[in-house]
Design a binder for this molecule. Structure first.
Ligand SMILES: *[C@@H]1O[C@H](CO)[C@@H](O)[C@H](O)[C@H]1NC(C)=O
Ligand SMILES: *[C@@H]1O[C@H](CO)[C@@H](O)[C@H](O)[C@H]1NC(C)=O
Ligand SMILES: *[C@@H]1O[C@H](CO)[C@@H](O)[C@H](O)[C@H]1NC(C)=O
Ligand SMILES: CC(=O)N[C@H]1CO[C@H](CO)[C@@H](O)[C@@H]1O
Length: 434
């Protein structure tokens, strides 16, 4: 902020627009640099695969409409670190909107199968951090989105944690502000609460995530705090040591969406523990989650038609009543939270979850993978404690397929991306980029 003020002064501007306060972590909450608790009221925003933050004409149209319903955050999954984002970031800042940004790209993301974390990935993540740390409305970075998507995915967790360790170290080595570095998880019942606890456990704060986030699609239709399963999610984080929020939410099994989960998320049962949510998603496309559209869908085979039929720029208009429903709910909730000055957390990291064959195949006491390491069955971080050379048990055994309340599929974004992983290089991606 000081740099911005100085730059403005040097530029000889008469009036200096007040910069937006930055976001940081204290205990299990986010605070603005003004000392107020920050709750995320966000919308997932990825109009185009590579980078939706380059075209300021478009950013202005979208930011203006988002602002009318009280949006204070967007989530963007992919950016091009070599592009110029200044205009769009200023536009969102002027609208009071922060950015939660994924550091990975199609080539650099951490994979569940054959998990590894290497220098090429770190450098690619670092390039995104270099490009965005300068913006006061950059709220936080994710080192991964739904890296673990299966019950037997736990062996990839140490690679996610190693990435968080190295990106925090990179941030600090560059003297960037303490921008929170976290992870966005698929909601896999069998990995709860082990994954969240593993990522924030241990005695060394440099190796813990700064925040955790969950992509949850459990609240469908006319349910409540108990019948949705949100009560279970909440019971699992009562003493969690870092902030946690929903990095995607918005079941569409019952239409129209009423967004009643927002009443719970911003109500008294959840605000002591949760920091808000991000609605999936802004643009209407094949998955049907969109709040707005840029025109009617057209036949993709027509000349000049957008390849999937969904126009991806122009004036945003609400798809149906859902945008208005969200607006009403957001206007009706206004959590005040606590002042940073009045908040003195005494939370401690959870114990690292114990190795449990077929359920949690990570030894929390083992060192994290080093930069350049690739998962090999039986490696130290996955061997049971006390039996150094025992190979991790192969995990054919899946948790029951008939999972009950609390089980949810991976997010629509991730499922779709999974389809396209091998094709991205040869096809232009239209719906699998999240
Ligand atoms: C790191 O892994 C990626 C694949 O994710 C690979 O393309 C790259 O060559 C690896 N880099 C190094 C230094 O091994
Ligand atoms: C998890 O299970 C799937 C089959 O369901 C298998 O293809 C995969 O290799 C397993 N992953 C690990 C890490 O064991
Ligand atoms: C904490 O972790 C960092 C990063 O891995 C490491 O450099 C540092 O030595 C660790 N500190 C202690 C006290 O183990
Ligand atoms: C919570 C809420 O505002 N629900 C409304 C969503 O839109 C439908 C259709 O207009 C209304 O019937 C609901 O009351």
């Amino acid at each position: 902020m000081r740099t911005a003020l100085l730059a403005s002064a040097l530029a000889g501007l008469a009036a200096v627009a007040s910069a937006i306060p930055t976001i940081s972590v204290k205990g299990s909450k986010f605070f603005t640099s003004d000392g107020d608790q920050f709750f995320v009221k966000g919308i997932a925003y990825q109009l185009v695969p590579d980078d939706p933050l380059i075209d300021d004409t478009q950013c202005k149209l979208d930011a203006a409409l988002m602002k009318t319903i009280g949006t204070n955050s967007i989530r963007v999954y992919h950016v091009d670190p070599t592009a110029d984002h200044k205009a769009c970031m200023q536009t969102f800042e002027d609208a009071g909107i922060y950015l939660w940004l994924d550091l990975d790209t199609f080539n650099s993301q951490i994979e569940q199968q054959g998990a590894h974390w290497n220098e090429t990935q770190r450098d690619a993540f670092g390039a995104v951090m270099d490009a965005f740390h300068q913006f006061d409305n950059l709220a936080g970075f994710f080192v991964g989105n739904e890296v673990l998507t299966m019950d037997n995915g736990s062996v990839a967790a140490p690679y996610v944690k190693a990435a968080a360790r190295d990106m925090k170290a990179y941030r600090d080595s560059k003297n960037y502000r303490k921008i929170p570095v976290g992870y966005s998880a698929a909601d896999i019942a069998s990995l709860r609460p082990t994954l969240q606890n593993y990522l924030s456990c241990g005695s060394n704060a440099s190796e813990q995530i700064d925040f955790y986030a969950l992509n949850a699609y459990e609240w469908c239709g006319d349910v409540n705090f108990q019948t949705s399963g949100y009560d279970i999610l909440t019971k699992q984080i009562l003493t969690y040591n870092v902030p946690i929020f929903f990095s995607e939410t918005g079941c569409i099994a019952v239409r129209p969406r009423t967004f009643e989960d927002q009443t719970a998320i911003f109500g008294e049962e959840m605000t002591p523990y949760w920091s808000g949510s991000i609605i999936y998603e802004w643009i209407e496309e094949a998955n049907n989650y969109g709040l707005i559209k840029y025109g009617e869908k057209v036949d993709p085979s027509l000349p000049d038609a957008p390849p999937d039929g969904y126009t991806r720029s122009g004036k945003p208009t609400p798809v149906g009543v859902e945008f208005e429903n969200l607006s009403k709910v957001w206007k009706s909730v206004n959590p005040s939270g606590v002042k940073e000055s009045a908040y003195n957390p005494t939370l401690t990291p959870p114990p690292c979850p114990a190795f449990t064959s077929t359920a949690w195949e990570v030894n929390g006491a083992a060192a994290l993978p080093t930069l350049g390491q690739t998962y090999r069955q039986g490696e130290a971080s996955n061997a049971p404690t006390g039996s150094g050379n025992a190979a991790a048990t192969p995990t054919g055994a899946q948790a029951s397929a008939s999972e009950t309340k609390g089980a949810a599929p991976a997010s629509p974004g991730r499922e779709l991306r999974g389809m396209g992983v091998g094709l991205v290089g040869v096809l232009v991606g239209f719906f699998w980029w999240m």
